[in-house]
Design a protein around this ligand. Structure first.
Ligand SMILES: [Zn+2]
Length: 241
């Protein structure tokens, strides 16, 4: 699969060698916001395959992988737990994480859907849910077709896709607080960071691809300085201090 890349402009404090904040377009902010839509099972799978699981979720995941189907309810499929779908209805975001958008998902309808028109308007996640109209078991499988919920940055995008509006720049703090960029926020931020001269700040443009996407996801679970952790400003220019 062709990798997506979006770019990010980092503002680095030359003295402390920390990322103060980043200037980002809509694409990066859409990606960050989409992290909140991921199911924990999807996060576990992504981080497990990226070799960087946090906490004990990987043992939980491995337990399901290793458990014989003898112990799993006959009408359930382990894949539902191991390959949870990433559902981002109507919100296309840049593809910066692997294994998202899997199409495995079944839904269930009432067997009387053709008999009573009221029954046809219900759909359930769980096999055997009782139809609220006729009390039958909803066990007619329908397959959910996940619309392509992720896109490549190179493809044409309308500004209505994703979560935030385009044509605006955003500021992303080191702890992933996101703000719309305005001269007022910029001035108050520079004051907050005690930046006296613009020369104290170094700008650096970085590419964010899938590797960085996984690192950002992992860091967001365990760090308050995500941008500095994922894009460590080079420590080579010691002469500045
Ligand atoms: Zn029904």
């Amino acid at each position: 699969m062709e990798a997506t890349k979006v770019s990010l402009k980092l503002f680095i404090d030359k003295k402390s060698r920390r990322v103060l904040f980043a200037e980002a377009d809509k694409e990066f902010v859409d990606f960050l916001f989409s992290i909140l839509t991921l199911r924990v099972g999807a996060v576990t799978r992504i981080l497990k395959e990226g070799g960087g699981m946090v906490g004990c979720l990987s043992s939980l995941y491995r337990s399901i992988e290793n458990m014989s189907v003898t112990y799993i309810q006959r009408d359930k499929d382990k894949r539902f737990l191991l390959e949870p779908n990433v559902v981002m209805p109507g919100a296309k975001v840049p593809l910066l994480l692997p294994n998202v958008g899997s199409t495995f998902r079944h839904l269930y309808k009432c067997p009387n859907q053709y008999k009573y028109s009221n029954c046809s308007s219900y759909v359930a996640d769980d096999d055997g849910t009782i139809c609220p109209k006729c009390n039958s078991k909803m066990d007619q499988t329908v397959t959910f077709i996940d619309p392509p919920s992720v896109i490549r940055a190179s493809s044409s995008r309308s500004s209505e896709e994703g979560y935030v509006v385009g044509m605006v720049k955003y500021m992303v703090m080191d702890d992933l607080e996101v703000l719309a960029l305005s001269s007022a926020t910029l001035v108050s931020l520079l004051a907050k960071f005690n930046v006296k001269e613009i020369g104290d700040i170094e700008e650096k443009v970085v590419d964010v691809g899938m590797d960085e996407g996984v690192k950002l996801l992992k860091a967001s679970l365990q760090s308050k300085s995500v941008l500095s952790d994922v894009f460590p400003p080079a420590k080579i220019i010691i002469a500045y201090g």
